[in-house]
Design a protein around this ligand. Sequence first.
Ligand SMILES: [Fe+2]
Length: 315
Amino acid sequence: MQPVLKTTESISAAYRVVDDFLPSNLAQDLRSSVDTHFAEPYKHQADTHQVWNYWFVPNRYTYLRTSPERILGHANVQRFLETLRSWSLGALGLGQISWPFLSLYVPGCHQGLHNDAGNGRFAFVYSLTLDARRTLGGSTIFLKDADFIRSRLRVPSSSEHLCQSIEPRFNRLIVFDDRLVHGVERVEGSMDPSHGRLVLHGHIRESGPTASGGLSIGLLSQGIRDAVSDFLDENLASASVCHGPLVVRFEISTSGTVTDCRTVLDRVIYENEAIADRAPLQASLVNRLERQTFPRASSPTIVTLPVTFGGPLST
Ligand SMILES: [Fe+2]
């Protein structure tokens, strides 16, 4: 019998935007640290203020960046990362978050178009930029996930049809597929750094299977290995031309059977087809896991399992 997929459209979304991402008090604390840092310029000291790296890479990057703990404090950066990791594990099933940069874009700063295919599965950009700022620009822009020529052969198009543009609003998180071609719109206006584009940013990747409940990951690893190995054998032809992460989450009952298995994330791209049906690969993995048995336990276990195609990330 063909398994019934329990999916929503968002599992294959190329990007996600989460407004009001951090608890308000933490977001305000982070912003206050920035405002304090830039206040009273005549009192600035070398060890506290000569910390910005003017990062200029011709045709690609023009902005200022630093290690965020120097401005925001280590504990608050850690709280941000823990919140992001928890969100990412729940929403994407990916749990490894890079230590972020804190970047500042004053007028003239921007990023040229590029991708970060080797750096992670997703990029994250969390904004501490003021909503009422005296600058324009600074939006994160990326080319839409489409075949531009073939999808618009007879349709005149301009940037809004080809690019997605997302403003750096305060306390907004943007997460997008690292393979998307992206950049940052040039900032114009006030030279006051408090009014610049200010973001924490980095990359997200898989952290291996995770489990919570009656069974530890050690007790589950053999069953997971068997199921994934069978799945890859059954889909050898597809798997060899695919790239990207497919993540499922399932529940194991106390008797060791899989009771609920669903896809959390599907960013698998077929290398040789502009559009490919993602459903068969998802269904095959779900179906194989539903036939797997695991050890008995005193309470149920929830497992999140990322499977990646196309080899490991290069960095
Ligand atoms: Fe980038």
